[in-house]
Design a protein around this ligand. Structure first.
Ligand code: C2E
Ligand code: MG
Ligand code: MG
Ligand code: MG
Length: 286
């Protein structure tokens, strides 16, 4: 295992070096501008959360959603998370950013509770958050502040976020578990290692990456990966969320495979809270 971890760390390092090489071109200016603007964005209401519903395949009910960050830049318009989160992740900027996301998501869950709706929210955390030993206490104080029961907050982590400092990440993840937070491995199957985490981490859920779900009906290799992941998860007593479900036939196939939950454009795109409320009411038949 040690040798594996060392190899993965070397690989990650390699990627970072590659990034620094690449940043010596014209793009670096844009990147620096984005990072500088992001500090302003956090303080001046340019950030928003969109919520993507997640449904229970057995009942069709929606009990949870994933909070996804959006940045409406005053000059550049909507900047997708893929264009600024990786940059923030390379600096300390990810800390205020994740704090903003957690606070906003919990504020929203509080609103839903006040309206009599118990909806869990899943928040994506980054590698730097996972090696920050202050993170669990910070989250606990936010949950207190909003009076949100701990089980309504889910934390999504990726396999690659765990390899920067596996021991420290394990300690933080264990603290999340001790707080009663729900933990999911995101983009499962696309990271470096998988099996050792299944054994060591106190998680409840695997999210099958959408790259496998997308063509599971036409590509046999993808079908095998989705089927095996569901089987593997169930063997470990975990439940499975399929991401990126884009049509009814895929939804049905996942249901037949005993996949517990699904998320995707076929169910709903990520939407602002007001639209989410309308979607939710219609779904419940009210
Ligand atoms: P993710 O956590 O795997 O989130 C799922 C992504 O898949 C979202 O992209 C979502 O809009 C997209 N998606 C959902 N259903 C479908 C579908 O049926 N088809 C297709 N083609 N795409 C679908 P988004 O919002 O652009 O976010 C991309 C990634 O950015 C996220 O991947 C996550 O890794 C990261 N991210 C987003 N918000 C946050 C955040 O608040 N904090 C952190 N650390 N990362 C975030
Ligand atoms: Mg996610
Ligand atoms: Mg994902
Ligand atoms: Mg993904």
């Amino acid at each position: 295992r040690c040798a594996d971890v060392a190899m993965y760390q070397a690989k990650t390092h390699g990627e970072n070096l590659h990034f620094y090489d690449a940043s010596m071109d014209a793009n670096s200016t844009r990147r620096l501008t984005i990072l500088a603007d992001l500090g302003v964005a956090i303080r001046s209401n340019q950030l928003q959360l969109h919520y993507q519903p997640r449904i229970d395949l057995a009942t069709g009910a929606c009990n949870g959603c994933e909070a996804l960050l959006r940045w409406v830049h005053p000059e550049q318009g909507m900047i997708p998370p893929g264009d600024f989160i990786p940059l923030a992740e390379m600096t300390e900027m990810i800390h205020p950013l994740s704090l903003w996301v957690l606070r906003e998501a919990l504020r929203q869950v509080r609103c839903w509770l006040d309206e009599g709706k118990e909806i869990a929210v899943a928040v994506n955390l980054s590698a730097r958050n996972l090696i920050d030993v202050r993170c669990p206490a910070l989250i606990q104080s936010l949950l207190h502040e909003f009076g949100v029961p701990n089980h309504l907050l889910e934390i999504e982590i990726t396999e690659s976020a765990l390899i920067t400092d596996p021991e420290r990440a394990l300690q933080v993840v264990q603290s999340f578990h001790d707080l009663g937070l729900h933990l999911a491995i995101d983009d499962f199957g696309t990271g470096y290692s998988s099996m050792s985490y299944l054994k060591r981490l106190p998680i409840q859920t695997l999210k099958v990456d959408r790259s496998f779900v997308k063509e599971m009906l036409t590509d046999e290799a993808d079908a095998v990966i989705v089927r095996s992941t569901i089987g593997l998860a169930h063997s470990f007593g975990l439940n499975v969320v399929a991401e990126g479900v884009e049509d009814e036939a895929t939804l049905q196939a996942l249901c037949n495979l005993q996949c517990e939950q699904a998320q995707g454009y076929h169910i709903s795109r990520p939407i602002p809270a007001a639209e989410f409320d309308a979607w939710y009411l219609q779904r419940r038949g009210n």
